[in-house]
Design a protein around this ligand. Structure first.
Ligand code: SF4
Ligand code: SF4
Length: 124
């Protein structure tokens, strides 16, 4: 078992927990997942969808920025790329850096209790 640790964070993360987890980090409360222009292009290419349709289907503009759309399922928000009963990410290979860096977000340095509640992979 390899626990990932990052400087500045007083918790570790066990990625094995993701195998059994219904993607709590991608579902629940509403929130923005920011996407760079390069990430947008990578996702469109991965899905084999032209950028105009891809933008329309999966992305929302927030000011000058792009974020992923959400859908509401049984009263909870979930990322538009969540798929299937096991709630897996359908663009995992090209997911945005914000997703890759979870749970090591600066916000959680001072709100560890929140990430402990959300993610079953957090370790002391
Ligand atoms: S909430 Fe934690 S354990 Fe679950 S999928 Fe996300 S990172 Fe993995
Ligand atoms: S892109 Fe994938 S990893 Fe990121 S929030 Fe959406 S479902 Fe989760």
């Amino acid at each position: 078992m390899t626990i990932i640790r990052k400087q500045g964070f007083d918790f570790g993360f066990d990625p094995v927990a993701c195998d059994e987890c219904p993607s709590y980090c991608c579902c629940g409360e509403s929130g923005y997942v920011w996407v760079s222009q390069q990430e947008f292009s990578q996702i469109c290419e991965f899905l084999h969808i032209n950028p105009v349709d891809c933008l329309d289907r999966y992305f929302q503009r927030v000011g000058n920025a792009l974020s992923l759309k959400e859908r509401v399922v049984e009263g909870r928000f979930e990322c538009v790329f969540i798929e299937g009963a096991e709630k897996r990410c359908s663009v995992y290979e090209v997911r945005p850096v914000q997703c890759r860096e979870f749970p090591f977000w600066n916000y959680f340095k001072k709100h560890k209790d929140e990430v402990v509640r959300e993610c079953p992979g957090i370790r002391q």
